[in-house]
Write a protein that binds this ligand. Structure first.
Ligand code: ACM
Ligand code: ZN
Length: 520
């Protein structure tokens, strides 16, 4: 009997790839909200002269009048017929999303079926985070991933630019950040850790690292803007900041021996120099990144040295604090106010809700979903990026088959199961801005490996963020992924080999009582 059950599961799990060669809205990722397909095939002209764009027409405006503002801005109608292609949208952004849906159809097959598509996103934030601190991959890599996000109709790239393992952004007022702590001995994070966290400089033949110059950032921002993608810079504080203390020990916590502690993990919250540093850095960040949001980290402060540091103790006394944990809230609130006064909104990891936070701050929920659920219920806007579903440094297939990764298996199927509104009462749904996949790079030192972890799971994140929940179905999605993987590989992305994914990863637990399990 067991043998029989297993053989059914095996046959159910074999991917069924449609043999029809043509392309159309039923083949793309994310799946559009509404579409119809009719008899006939169209081939796009290479010069684009057969694509006509109509912005802000009264008919289209009436059609999208009931949508939330963010969805209306990205909404489009796409009509492919005998005479070519028509695109209707309210904004350039909407027209761009249509062009990318069309481009994906073309990449899948030059024969595009006549069709009509009416489409708009479910969530306003559909993003991927790249960890440029632990492994610096540089602007060409970032631009290549922006191209992929654009094709997937995603709209946010979050760059984790600073962390203990390396500072990655030119700051004119603080040259040590890029002269010294952007370069380490130890190509991989764990090699560097094993050597005792040595930093060096660019001239050292053993140096590993790099940083974005201001011109690099301007180039990335302009490139992303052409694709209607926002870049969210993350300047981490007060934890994950050992590199700052190493570059400027004069602002680090002071030990009981009266000496600075440059190996401290956290910034010193007692020293006014820390705030001068952060505010000066953020002024330069504001100048470079023209977006509403700036991410200030806020996760995993160790807080150990705060208890011994004379400056931190003095701050606690002055502010009437009874526990050193309160220093974290003090710093986050002070920086939040600073950025708010300059017209920016703060995003922070979900720890920031634990120490008192103004309502305007946006919470990025990473420790599973509870932090996000709680923050939304307390009136905060939330971006869901739970490590229980969308952490892209986790294994995507069996441990024995994969390069070393983190945690439990988060296969394509597992990621796709996620619904960002899971557990959120309807009255708080509007606080969920969307979702994001995070690619932490402690175990991912090279660009090709990063792409391997990103694709196809980023396809799932794109579809969760765009397609209505009740229209998503895993096996249909997986079939589209297999086609898109082939296209991505042809474009030079080093994707995971979905064609050889294990049965376990494809089907999850081999149980017939799992409501998401379907026999094809
Ligand atoms: C995190 O993964 N520490 C945000
Ligand atoms: Zn201190």
């Amino acid at each position: 009997m067991i043998y029989k059950l297993i053989s059914i599961v095996v046959s159910a799990a074999i991917p069924i790839i449609s043999l029809s060669a043509s392309s159309g809205p039923d083949k793309i990722i994310p799946q559009p909200v509404e579409y119809s397909i009719s008899e006939g095939i169209y081939n796009l002209k290479p010069d684009g002269s057969d694509v006509k764009v109509y912005l802000n027409s009264s008919d289209f405006a009436a059609k999208v009048s009931d949508l939330p503002d963010f969805a209306r801005e990205e909404a489009y109608e796409l009509i492919v017929g005998k005479k070519g292609v028509k695109i209707y949208a309210m904004t350039e952004e909407g027209a761009f999303r249509a062009s990318q849906a069309l481009e994906m159809m073309r990449l899948l097959d030059r024969d595009i079926q006549y069709c009509t598509v009416f489409d708009y996103p479910r969530f306003q934030h559909r993003g991927i985070m790249l960890d440029e601190s632990r492994s610096f991959k540089g602007k060409d890599f970032v631009k290549k991933q922006i191209d992929a996000l654009a094709l997937l109709r995603m709209n946010v790239m979050h760059l984790h630019l600073t962390d203990a393992a390396g500072w990655r952004l030119q700051i004119d007022a603080y040259p040590n950040l890029t002269d010294h702590v952007a370069w380490r001995v130890g190509e991989t994070y764990h090699e560097w850790e094993g050597l005792g966290y040595p930093f060096t400089n660019a001239e050292d033949p053993d140096a590993y690292g790099g940083f974005y110059t201001k011109d690099d950032i301007r180039e990335i921002v302009a490139y992303a803007a052409e694709r209607h993608i926002d870049i969210i810079p993350e300047i981490e504080m007060p934890g994950h900041s050992m590199e700052v203390n190493r570059a400027y020990p004069e602002i680090a916590c002071v030990g009981e021996d009266g000496k600075p502690r440059p190996f401290s993990w956290d910034l010193c919250v007692g020293n006014e120099g820390t705030f001068k540093f952060l505010e000066t850095v953020l002024e330069e960040v504001i100048e470079l990144f023209p977006y509403k949001y700036i991410h200030i980290g806020g996760d995993e402060a160790v807080k150990k040295d705060w208890g011994e540091c004379v400056n931190c103790r003095k701050r606690m006394q002055e502010e009437g604090m009874t526990h050193r944990n309160e220093l974290q809230g003090y710093l986050i609130r002070r920086i939040e106010k600073f950025l708010n006064e300059r017209g920016r909104t703060v995003i922070g990891w979900d720890e920031i809700v634990e120490t008192g936070l103004p309502e305007e701050a946006v919470v990025m929920s990473w420790r599973g979903t509870p932090g996000g659920v709680k923050a939304a219920s307390e009136g905060h806007d939330v971006i869901m990026s739970p490590n229980s579903y969308v952490y892209l440094d986790y294994y995507q297939d069996l441990i024995r088959k994969e390069p070393k990764a983190v945690g439990h298996m988060q296969s394509l199927r597992h990621v796709y199961k996620y619904d960002p509104l899971e557990g959120i009462a309807p009255e708080y749904h509007h606080h969920i801005l969307g979702l994001q996949g995070n690619l932490w790079c402690e175990l991912i030192p090279y660009a090709a490996h990063a792409e391997y972890m990103l694709y196809p799971r980023a396809f799932a994140i794109a579809e969760i963020g765009w397609t209505p929940q009740d229209q998503r179905e895993f096996f249909n999605f997986r079939e589209r992924c297999l086609r898109l993987i082939t296209v991505f590989r042809a474009m030079g992305y080093n994707t995971f080999d979905l064609f050889n994914e294990s049965l376990r990863a494809q089907t999850g637990r081999l149980r017939f009582d799992d409501p998401t399990f379907k026999l094809l």
